[in-house]
Write a protein that binds this ligand. Structure first.
Ligand SMILES: Nc1nc2c(ncn2[C@@H]2O[C@H](COP(=O)(O)OP(=O)(O)OP(=O)(O)O)[C@@H](O)[C@H]2O)c(=O)[nH]1
Ligand SMILES: [Mg+2]
Length: 340
């Protein structure tokens, strides 16, 4: 999965990026870092299989350096880069900064970014609809484009419920930013976690998840040992690092689960959308496995731990042979049988 941090100048994007990835952003247009998704199931299975390789789920996170004079947060270049991602993280500044004379106002930052996002797509649709007026080709996506056009015109983001997946497919190749998942990260002053009520209401109305971090604290935290981290978090009244809260929020808003593969070569977590069928999950590993799919040999992680081995799972009827249309569950350990 890919995610991008976007926000107004000095909102603390690069500080957040460092807190989440441990990497300091340079002067490059785009700095990329990875966030491994901790998963104790992978640790436990690795203890059992002793594999050559252990692979966690992973987010690839991008941070951008953009000229500050720009009117729009989403310049054409940023748009191109963001289009490659699955998730946008809006970073809002809720701390006093010496670097800008602008007041602390996360509500207007949010509204401005939402507006920029909407305008970016709106102009594309306007142009497309104008062309259609001349050409009268009546392409299959026309009605969905019109639907999105009217939402954007009203200053609304579509969200999943208003343009469901089967409709979204028709306009997938436009790669609209307004169709992407957004989570909001409110960059707070040290030790404060209260969110302006107006912002909370707006985000609730737009169906957008948010979480708070104080980037400098999180950078400090990330440099400590796991034991020290627990104490440090306690001092600030926190239970989890920003990294963990980010991962949870991202998985939740993208609707992600993980299936697992386990063997002597590799123990690995594969993030997929909840609701994915076995045959499509197979395609995440390799297109050959999807094409030649026969069966998915499936044991749920909890059963595997409970019974201790594949043989014992078979005796307990916890080993199942699932077909193409089986909906994969979080924690399924799968071995795909296939034919090429
Ligand atoms: N007090 C406080 N300072 C912060 C926080 N987050 C970032 N800063 C500081 O704010 C300044 C700007 O942070 P950056 O992370 O560079 O902001 P940015 O959004 O990447 O800025 P540009 O890339 O220049 O647009 C830095 O001096 C940070 O140390 C925060 O949560 N609290
Ligand atoms: Mg920066």
């Amino acid at each position: 999965m890919r995610a991008a941090l976007i926000g107004m100048p000095f909102s603390g994007k690069s500080a957040v990026f460092q807190a989440l990835t441990g990497i300091e952003s340079g002067k490059k247009e785009e700095t990329v870092g990875t966030i491994k998704v901790p998963d104790e199931r992978i640790d436990r299975l690795s203890d059992i299989y002793n594999p050559k390789k252990k692979t966690y789920g992973e987010f690839v996170l991008s941070d951008f350096t953009v000229p500050h004079a720009k009117e729009n947060v989403i310049s054409p270049k940023v748009k191109n880069m963001v289009q490659k991602t699955d998730l946008m993280i809006f970073v809002l500044r809720n701390f006093e900064s010496l670097m800008t004379s602008n007041a602390v106002d996360p509500v207007s930052e949010y509204m401005k970014m939402k507006e920029d996002l909407i305008i970016t797509d709106f102009v594309v649709i306007e142009r497309r609809l104008e062309r259609e007026q001349k050409e009268k080709k009546n392409p299959p996506e026309l009605n969905i484009l019109k639907k999105l056009h009217s939402m954007l015109e009203n200053g609304e983001l579509p969200g999943d419920s208003r343009i469901p997946a089967d409709e979204a497919e028709f306009i997938a190749n436009y790669n609209f930013l307004s169709m992407k998942k957004i989570i909001v990260l409110i960059n707070q002053p040290e030790g404060k976690m209260d969110v302006p009520e107006k912002l909370r209401d707006l985000l609730l109305k737009d169906g957008i998840e948010y979480f708070c971090v104080s980037a400098p604290i999180e950078i400090e935290l990330a440099e400590l040992s796991p034991e020290e981290q627990i104490e440090f978090l306690k001092d600030y009244g926190l239970t989890e690092s920003a990294k963990i809260r980010f991962i949870k929020s991202a998985y939740h808003s993208l609707g992600l689960i993980s299936f697992l593969t386990a063997g002597a070569d590799e123990v690995r977590a594969w993030p997929i959308k909840n609701g994915t069928t076995a045959v499509l999950a197979a395609g995440k590993i390799h297109s050959d496995i999807q094409r030649g799919f026969i069966r998915a040999e499936t044991i749920h992680y909890h059963d595997f731990i409970k019974y201790g081995s594949e043989a014992e799972c078979k005796k307990a009827a916890a080993y199942k042979l699932e077909g193409k249309e089986y909906i994969v569950k979080d924690g399924d350990i799968i071995n795909f049988r296939f034919n090429v």
